[in-house]
Every structure is written in C-alpha cells, then in structure tokens.
Design a protein around this ligand. Structure first.
Ligand SMILES: [Zn+2]
Length: 267
C-alpha cells in the first residue's frame, strides 16, 4: 500500500457517497443534501456553490470520479447528453466520437428516440454518427414505457459501485494519465496527510501504512514467524496491509457504515 493507493482509496470512498446520492433518493442523506445543493437538477449536473461545505465539495470530487467510469443506461434519455455522457454499450468506446453536427451540440439521447413508437429514429441516427456507433446505438433496446435514466457501474457484474472496484478503476486511470512524476504525486499526498487535523499517532500510522511497515500476517509469515498468512477476520484471503485496512469484507462493512458521519462532521 503506497501513497497513491491511499489517495485512490480515499477518492473511491468519496465516490461511494456520490453514488448514494445518485441512487438512494429516499435516504436521509439525500433529503438533507438535495434542497441545499442541487434543488432543481440532478447531482450529475450540480456544481460547487459558494455556500458549499467541505462535505459537499468532497462529494463533488467523488461524483466526478464516478462519471469518469460510470455508464448511463437508457430510460427515457432526457438526462443523457449525446456528445458528453458515456452511454454507448462498450467499455472501450462508451462516448460518441463522431463530430458534432452544428445545431445538435446540446442534443439529448431522448432526441434520438421517436416519442410515439418508442423506437430509435434510425434515419436521424444514420445521418449523425459513424457506422460503428450506429450499430452500438441500435443494439440498445428501449423499453415501451418511458423510465428514468440510470447510472450503472460497468466494472461490477451487479452494476453497483463498490469501494473495491472503484479503487481498482482509479488506480488504472491514475497510471494511464500519469501527468506528473510519481515522486511529485507522492510528495503532494504526503503534504495532505501532514495537514490533517488528527493526533500524531494517526499520522504516524498513515506513514507506516504508506511505507509498508505495519506487521500484518503476510510480512510475519514471510519472515517465518507465522505458519500462515490467512486473514483471521474473513479467512478468505492473505492478510496484506491493503487487505487488513481496506479490502477485507469485515472492514469494508464498517467503513461504509461510518464514513458518512466522518465526512459530514469535518473538524
Ligand atoms: Zn479479511
């Protein structure tokens, strides 16, 4: 576990909160944030407001992480923009790459659907997009009744965002983009840890975590001090630092339940 892993894990935690706001509209969490920060539109369209709290800014960071990887699943198509959102059924090619035709810059996916027959407007689609994209669009089946557009997470078979798959996705993205040297990124993350208002023992723990010096079972087993390295909590995996602190399903339950409280009360 290094600095970058810790940063990706933190972003995945924030993304989990944004995911809840996108999907759990009956929760207390949603009912508190909706009127204050995105009263007349969805969280995917929300921007940082001048009255924005630390919690809200953190959630917007998480929202942006989700939108990097999430896919829209067609309902009525009214909230999906044709040229900006990732809505094609392809992991490699989720966004429209054909050039925008003047006059269609703000088109929504609903504009490509005949509202009466609830079928794709094929002539229009053939006129606007590259043949490969036409095939992808026409492969999406439309429901006969207009339903709400949904955001799905394609890196989990359930379509639901999880901290584990989010961290893995962000790690891949970070490696792909890598705009700066890893040393510069490490320095930035270390400065962020150092500025945290936490007791020194917590900073010390994070430092040891990032330098792989926590005595988890795997390191003790490698030094022949233990006969196995199996996690005592879940008995299903090696107890590495990453597993012990973030990945173990027993820990994940605890983190997911308590994280909202932590972020809503930044001190
Ligand atoms: Zn475990």
């Amino acid at each position: 576990m290094g600095f970058k892993d810790l940063a990706n894990f933190n972003d995945a935690l924030l993304a989990k909160q944004a995911w809840r706001l996108l999907h759990n509209k009956n929760s207390l969490f949603y009912r508190v944030f909706k009127p204050k920060f995105f009263p007349d539109f969805s969280i995917s369209e929300a921007t940082e407001s001048t009255s924005g709290s630390h919690a809200w800014r953190s959630i917007l960071v998480g929202r942006d992480e989700i939108l990097l990887g999430a896919r829209w699943r067609d309902g009525c198509g009214e909230s999906i923009t044709v040229w900006n959102d990732a809505w094609l059924p392809s992991l490699e090619h989720p966004k429209i790459l054909s050039q925008v035709i003047p006059g269609f810059e703000d088109a929504k996916v609903s504009d490509l659907i005949n509202p009466t027959s609830r079928r794709w407007a094929t002539d229009l689609i053939h006129g606007l997009f590259h043949p490969d994209e036409v095939d992808l669009i026409l492969s999406i089946s439309l429901s006969h009744l207009p339903t709400e557009d949904k955001v799905i997470w394609p890196f989990n078979s359930s379509g639901v965002f999880s901290i584990k798959s989010g961290t893995k996705f962000l790690k891949k993205e970070t490696n792909l983009l890598a705009p700066r040297s890893s040393q510069a990124q490490d320095n930035d993350i270390w400065k962020r840890i150092w500025r945290l208002s936490v007791p020194n023992k917590v900073r010390n723990f994070l430092w040891r975590d990032c330098h792989n010096t926590i005595p988890v079972k795997q390191s003790l087993w490698k030094r022949k001090l233990l006969s196995d390295d199996i996690c005592e909590q879940c008995r299903s995996s090696s107890e590495t630092i990453f597993h012990a602190l973030w990945e173990c399903p027993k820990i994940a339950e605890c983190l997911e339940q308590n994280f909202t409280i932590l972020k809503l009360n930044p001190t």
